[in-house]
Design a protein around this ligand. Sequence first.
Ligand code: C2E
Ligand code: MG
Ligand code: MG
Ligand code: MG
Length: 268
Amino acid sequence: MHTAKDAGRNCVVVADPAQGGAVLRGRGFQIREAIEHGRFCLHLQPILELATGRIARHEALVRMVDDDGGLVPPDAFIGVAERLGLIGAIDEWVLRRSVELLAEHPDLVLEVNVSGRSVGDLAIPRFIEQEVRARDVDPARLILEITETAAIANMDDARRFADALSALGCSFALDDFGAGFGSFYYLKHVPADLLKIDGDFIAGPRSHVDELVIQSIVRIARELGKQTVAEYVGDEETVRALREWGVDFAQGFHIGRPFPAEELGAGR
Ligand code: C2E
Ligand code: MG
Ligand code: MG
Ligand code: MG
């Protein structure tokens, strides 16, 4: 099980409102300090291109560094940061560091998560433009992921955001696709280049319904000229099935776990 993720969830969802307020304030203070001192780091998770069998790109995943040097998982602070209006600063830190990594490693292609709260903020595409220009990085090497459930409320914003990214030359992915009730509505209104099929359908044991959902998403994606990524790939049998169904990319602990970005190049 993903215990860190579960612990993170528990930090945000608290039964007692009074206690919840205190936890929120404590976490909020910690996040503000981390932003002020740049105390974050990126881990990178490899993404396999199924047609070629090579690691074609990586997903950047943020962690907050606490006072003791321990790493706090994103599920324990992203939601709080969104509620406190601090997420824009974190997204900027992540984007700046990601572009820095792209500049350092010419073969690297990165998928970077941006909060659904940031899609209304056109300062983000402008920020990306400024960073890629300053470091002379091809924007095609940067793919932005938005969780569809988080962005579903702002359909117009999401579309403007996607348009701004495509004008810039970056790709745009819908993360956790299929997990939200509005997936297909979203598909109709937001021009995404990539659908990341939610891990819930991929991780074993898979039911007949799971397999039908995966195959349907692939079929729709192909018809629309979009690519697909399967998340939470846990074994070789799943890799074979995904290849057979025409999924483009596979990601999950079986392909590779997230590792500190500083290890890139050192045998990675
Ligand atoms: P996500 O974007 O869907 O990222 C995938 C998450 O699933 C990562 O957790 C990854 O470590 C985990 N994972 C990948 N493969 C497997 C697997 O095979 N099994 C299991 N059990 N887990 C797997 P992580 O790093 O804790 O991130 C959680 C979520 O936090 C992300 O979900 C994303 O929504 C958010 N997040 C991460 N980094 C950022 C960021 O830089 N900015 C923003 N705004 N959100 C971020
Ligand atoms: Mg993601
Ligand atoms: Mg995801
Ligand atoms: Mg997720």
